[in-house]
Unconditional design. Structure first.
Length: 84
């Protein structure tokens, strides 16, 4: 997948109590976009699901930022995945 999406999905799963350290590591290492399912209701990965409201809470209180040397590539990558 793409590093920043893996990071935020893992963070939301941890914050929501859906993933332990081993599952979070697997999310971070997963490079197959088809393993991540994004809907209006939330995100599903390998049988784990985090709701949109939990993602919003994680973004507000837990996983606050992400640094990158690039701007265009992440935007292009999410566009290729149909997420932007």
């Amino acid at each position: 997948m793409h590093g920043f999406l893996n990071l935020f999905v893992a963070a939301a799963m941890i914050d929501g109590g859906h993933a332990d350290a081993a599952k979070a590591a697997a999310i971070l290492e997963d490079r197959k976009p088809e393993n991540f399912h994004f809907t209006d209701e939330g995100v599903r990965w390998d049988g784990l699901f985090v709701e949109t409201i939990q993602i919003a809470q994680a973004r507000e209180l837990f996983c606050l930022s992400y640094g990158s040397c690039s701007f265009d590539e992440p935007v292009e990558d999410t566009s290729k995945l149909g997420l932007s």
